[in-house]
Design a protein around this ligand. Structure first.
Ligand code: APR
Ligand code: ZN
Length: 365
């Protein structure tokens, strides 16, 4: 039976979200209806609201969410009503070459980036017609209908607010360390940008046993947060960051992570590395942005730059792993949440992100 849901909707003009009712149809074959319990407020949504990335609209925003399966469509076998699930914002098609190779994050058959279900439609609508779920999940809504490959079952004792963060920032940040860079114990690392994702990179480095772990940010509060998650040194952006990093790391880091998506910090990433070091691009810039690299310096010093999408994760493997590490006290994920807010406080949460005053807001339903 179709239902209505309160949702935070981007109508395509301006950066304000409208919190209003939408209609949610029943899940079709291979789809599940999820009652959302928590949705994090992540930087990628802000890119859309600030006009840096284009999307079909109107769109239910939010891509970092967790909830409980309320109903399963025909043929669903992965999950059942009552299961606690974390939503993956890049559902794999399970048929393409990348999926066959176990690289769900690189799936080429998904329609998640078009905000569409596998059959090219959505289950959301309003009086004006089709409504799109951001990245096929649209977690800033009381209900979502997603492909079953986007609903990953996790133990029910993981708190929903913590679970929601595993859906994006934690997987993106910790995954960049353990899946993409594969940082070994004792390696020196630097993290540029300590928002929700950057702090997850810091946590991942602490888990991996990196040393030193140097955090760089413009905001002193973010540096204090980074220290609490395992950064051994902090550098306030603005001065001679490369010089300070070279001093702390005895000549340059083995690994450097850019977690803002700013051209300037992306271009200066190689300058933070020692010879043979690896720079990891985690932050996402506005569409079409290009960066300049000193190619001779990069080549001669044998440095590598790698892209990191969704932490190189296979959500069905990585989400339960991260949940278990949290439950075992190995990842302090709850400390990342600085503000728990209501859905109708979503615009204030994005404003706080723009001002850099919060580590992470989570909408609790
Ligand atoms: N130097 C260092 N730090 C900076 C600078 C700078 N020039 N400019 C901004 N920052 C810091 C901010 O103070 C903030 O702590 O970068 C951080 C950005 O964090 P958030 O805005 O909270 O964004 P987050 O959700 O962490 O996402 C970061 O990763 O996945 C991508 O799309 C996402 O591009 C976004 C990035
Ligand atoms: Zn995100």
């Amino acid at each position: 039976m179709p239902r209505t849901a309160l949702a935070a909707v981007h109508d395509g003009h301006g950066d304000r979200l409208a919190v209003r009712e939408i209609r949610v149809a029943d899940p079709g074959p291979g789809e599940v209806l999820v009652r959302i319990a928590a949705s994090g407020v992540c930087g990628s949504d802000r890119h859309v609201l600030d006009g840096e990335w284009s999307l079909p609209t109107p769109t239910v925003m939010g891509h970092e969410g967790a909830g409980v399966v309320e109903a399963a469509g025909p043929g669903v076998t992965d999950v059942a009503p009552g299961d606690t699930v974390i939503l993956s914002w890049y559902y794999p098609c399970r048929r393409c070459r990348a999926c066959a190779a176990g690289k769900a994050w690189a799936c080429t058959g998904t329609r998640a980036n078009e905000c569409l279900l596998p059959d090219g439609t959505t289950r959301l609508s309003d009086a004006g017609g089709v409504v799109y779920p951001y990245l096929a999940v649209g977690t800033m809504s009381e209900y979502a209908v997603v492909p079953e490959s986007a609903a990953i079952r996790v133990p029910a004792d993981v708190p929903m607010d913590v679970a929601s963060l595993i859906g994006c920032s934690i997987t993106t940040g910790v995954g960049a360390v353990v899946n993409n860079a594969r940082v070994p114990a004792g390696a020196g690392a630097v993290v540029v940008g300590c928002g929700g994702v950057g702090l997850a990179v810091v946590m991942g480095l602490a888990l991996a046993g990196a040393y030193p772990i140097v955090a760089v940010d413009t905001a002193e509060e973010k540096l204090a947060a980074a220290r609490s998650f395992g950064a051994t040194h902090t550098v306030r952006a603005g001065g001679d960051v490369a010089g300070e990093v070279a001093e702390i790391t005895s000549g340059g880091a083995d690994y450097a992570f850019e977690v803002i998506g700013r051209v300037g910090t992306i271009e200066s990433l190689p300058s933070l590395l020692t010879t043979g070091g690896v720079g990891v691009l985690v932050g996402l810039p506005p569409q079409g942005v290009r960066a300049g690299i000193d190619v001779l310096e990069l080549a001669e010093s044998g440095k590598t730059l790698i892209g990191s999408n969704y932490g190189g994760a296979v959500p069905s493997l990585d989400f339960p792993r991260l949940a278990r590490l949290y439950l075992a006290g190995r990842l302090p994920l709850d400390s990342l949440i600085s503000h728990r807010v209501r859905l109708d406080e979503v615009n204030e949460a994005f404003d706080a992100m723009r001002a850099g005053t919060r580590t992470r807001s989570v909408i609790v339903f």
